[in-house]
Design a binder for this molecule. Sequence first.
Ligand SMILES: [Zn+2]
Length: 255
Amino acid sequence: MQLTGFDLADYERLLDVALANGWQFVTVEEYLRDDDLEEPFVVLRHDVDRKVGSAVAMANAEADRDVQSTYYFRTSKFDSETARAMSEQGHEIGYHYEDLAKTHGDVAAAYDRFERNLERFRKHVDVTTACAHGSPLSPHNNTDMWSDDPNFDEYDLLGEAYLSINFDNDRPAGLYYLSDTSRDWNLDLPGFGLIRNTDDVVDALRARARSRLYMLAHPCRWSKSRVEFLERSGWDVTTETVKSLVERAHRIQRA
Ligand SMILES: [Zn+2]
């Protein structure tokens, strides 16, 4: 059974607690531009792999709180109006590339495809950073299209959301990477303890366990309501259990 704590209300609580405790949220672009950001800060990144609706809900929740973050769109999920609306909210829009997987490992073709897709996005919004999608069905790792010292300038990019950033989870002053992958934060933060569900992240923010965070939240892993969460997280439990959980949730919602 997956952990609870991954619906929009949990996400909003995370934002509220962070803001109440003096954290500022920055985009990947801001982080790359400014090496003297005031601490504590969270670099807030979202990979829009599926479910654009969930990304919009997150972007709205952030905008309501004057929080800006970065949304990386795959070409298949890029919708110009959505991207423009998010950009108008102050969010950064980036390119979530998977060109090497799409070209079956042909690096030259991947560069062409990368450039064409950037142009397509840039007809609608500014794009200054890109981020590789982990293509689970491909043997190709999308970041492998770059050499050891990639020249992102060539594409008018400030950098790449993984390759251009030095993460350091071991050093207290380092940039601490945390991700909601598999709907479990699953980290052991030295001096704080295990971080599994979103309540643990909230506690770590409240305790200011670290002062430089880089947080990746995939909108498709978060539900817009508790009912949707129970329905979707039930993939790995029996139908009966899901049904009773959902019925209970409907009762709670009605109450
Ligand atoms: Zn992705």
